[in-house]
Design a protein around this ligand. Structure first.
Ligand code: SF4
Length: 63
């Protein structure tokens, strides 16, 4: 399971982040960056479809 805070942190450093539909349609602000709003995120799987969420997470500075 990922927390929203983790998804926000990961998306900010992820080079594959792509704004999903909610952002493109203007429902969310562009600066609301989170895996939750990324084109590659699956809410069903609670995971990144590119399978890079975990590796991104461990690369983050956890302080
Ligand atoms: S969902 Fe995947 S591709 Fe999108 S920002 Fe998160 S880790 Fe990166």
């Amino acid at each position: 399971m990922s927390s929203e805070q983790q998804r926000i942190s990961v998306a900010q450093s992820c080079s594959k982040y792509e704004p999903g539909e909610a952002i493109l349609r203007g429902f969310l602000a562009e600066e609301d960056i989170s895996c939750s709003y990324c084109e590659h995120w699956s809410n069903e799987k609670d995971d990144c479809l590119l399978d890079i969420f975990d590796s991104q997470l461990v690369n983050l500075d956890q302080t």
